[in-house]
Write a protein that binds this ligand. Sequence first.
Ligand SMILES: Cc1ncc(COP(=O)(O)O)c(C=O)c1O
Length: 376
Amino acid sequence: MKKSHDNTIAAQLLGHIDPHSAGVTPSLQMSTTFVRDAKNALVRPDNSYGRDQNDGVRLAEDVIAALEGAEDALLFPSGMAAIAAIFQALPTGSRVLVQSGIYWGTTKFIGDHAAHLGMDVDFIDTSDERALDQVTSDYDLVFIETPSNPWLKVTDIADIRKRFPNAILAVDSTAATPMLTKPITHGADIVVHSATKALNGHSDVLAGVLCCASKDDLWTRIAQNRQVAGAIIGAFEAWMLMRSLRTLPIRVERMCDNALIFARHFEQHSAVEAVWYPGLASHPHAARVQRQMPDGGGYLMSLLVSGGRQAALDVISKLTLFHRATSLGGVESLVEHRQTIEPHTGIPENLIRISIGVEKVEDLIADFEQALSDHA
Ligand SMILES: Cc1ncc(COP(=O)(O)O)c(C=O)c1O
């Protein structure tokens, strides 16, 4: 297929036609093992065992790699499995810089495993240029997340590339999706997604993906470890993910439109202390957002209600349309009181994390309006 626009790549899954049935959608091939002929040669040399590969997994990876402008992609059974795979493939003694205030599961994994993986880890706020100016060390790996969950900080990927020219730069782009930022074009070496979130977008598949700018030594180790350690996504999950990828561009477009209207509305509300959303002109990194996310601020935001912990819990208890559930990036809108989940990370106790879906935005606004009405 000639180089197409993202919407076309996604809708047609790179123009894939099922070779067996001529169907316009991929078939679901669940086999865990593949046959050899009488001369003991694999009938399909690229298929031997399900832990190594599967046609559906490969196609899903090709589609995501095309959307990211990557040389290759590898699917994992969850976002955390993908993130762990990077750190597990690093040589012992690696010096690592990790953005502070990112998804707490990532921070916990790195904190718990740094010692036995032999890593020397520094955490700093990579969205803060003054903090970056203080850094004098060299690193083997720099790991950032932009926009960050749930602080919604936007790190300048190109600036990080310039500051650390010799480091492998890994970017968790879950909250941006390839529709809003393609980190490789800004200098990233590895792009990470929890595909559980917007890539799948229907809250019914756990998946993670890594994409690479080029198949270097680290990438080769990650790919080999995935096979040997068996951290591969199931064929059914990959098939479900492909089904969802076909509508990724239009889902993200609608979520961004909804999120911007919602954020602008509540930014002005008397019962709201602040709204953190990259698409707002008031966002501290608004100029950076314009450069790095020109087509939209994403689907994730944090709303800080006036008052404390109880005020936030009262507001979310009154919501009737938003579901009170963890996760993000689905077609349905979700809220979560993050301080309940990560009380130790300094998240403000009046913060409500919001993942905006594709519903009618007027309905979403009306739900929060009624929930906030006693707090004005
Ligand atoms: C930014 C980010 N990265 C990674 C993950 C982990 O993904 P998963 O839950 O698919 O393991 C999450 C989960 O919330 C996330 O928000």
